[in-house]
Design a protein around this ligand. Structure first.
Ligand code: C5P
Length: 230
């Protein structure tokens, strides 16, 4: 089982490229950002105040813990259909809403919450916790902010996918023009980088800077890194 870990900030095409990479090799795909988003959505649904000056970290941690341990959460590992479910309800699109995007960092910055998610992510990567047949495949591509460093530091391939700030800003502007995203991604990157380190590569992690690459070139660079490792 090959594990490919991909981290990076918003606006580098991480999800699109990671999905395409997984499809190329017939691997499973784990979107760890979707897991944090689902937690924020679940907390908001339960009326937890994520705007408070001091959000109730204990309540959020308990709520997220129950979300996972009581089996409310599920995520598809098929890169063609990475559906996110909460009590069987499809929340894949709902977790991309502005409301969730603008509150997710509040939830993801709570260390005990991260510990719950890191354990869940490791179980998915190990093929232990999914009803999805993809979990039994030849490998998995897991993407996020701390996969190369914390979740799977021993992954076979570890990549930091990044791009120059002005390029990311231009891509983000393009995304918001098409109605995707819609939150202040720069502020989110700033908040996220206080708890996860995805702006520079850790030791042993290969940086792929796609500032001057198109999608096909980025994918080809990642494919060749995986081919070198297998
Ligand atoms: O990748 P995406 O933008 O969907 O991630 C949403 C949020 O989830 C990030 O802004 C960050 O707060 C959190 N996240 C994280 N660690 C990860 C993946 C995502 O903290 N491994």
């Amino acid at each position: 089982m090959i594990t490919v870990a991909i981290d990076g900030p918003a606006g580098v095409g991480k999800s699109t490229t990671s999905k395409a990479l997984a499809k190329h090799f017939g691997f499973a795909y784990l979107d760890t950002g979707a897991m944090y988003r689902a937690c924020a959505w679940w907390c908001l649904e339960r009326g937890i105040d994520l705007d408070a000056e001091h959000p109730d970290e204990q309540l959020i941690t308990e709520t997220v813990g129950a979300f996972f341990t009581e089996g409310h959460f599920d995520i598809g590992l098929n890169p063609d259909n990475p559906t996110v479910l909460a009590d069987g309800k499809d929340i894949t699109m709902l977790i991309r809403d502005h409301e969730v995007s603008s509150h997710v960092s509040v939830v993801s910055s709570i260390i005990p919450v991260r510990n719950v998610l890191i354990a869940a992510q490791r179980a998915y990567i190990a093929g232990e916790s999914s009803k999805d047949s993809y979990s039994e495949g030849a490998g998995i591509v897991a993407e996020g902010r701390d996969i190369t460093t914390v979740v799977a530091p021993k992954a076979d391939v570890r990549v930091l996918l990044t791009a120059r700030e002005e390029i990311r800003a231009a891509r983000r502007a393009g995304q918001s023009a098409t109605g995707v995203g819609g939150d202040d991604v720069e502020a989110r990157d700033k908040a996220d980088s206080k708890v996860t380190s995805f702006l520079s590569a850790a030791e042993g992690v290969t940086t792929v800077d796609n500032s001057d690459m198109d999608f096909d070139q980025t994918l080809a660079a990642l494919v060749s890194l995986v081919e070198d490792a297998v």
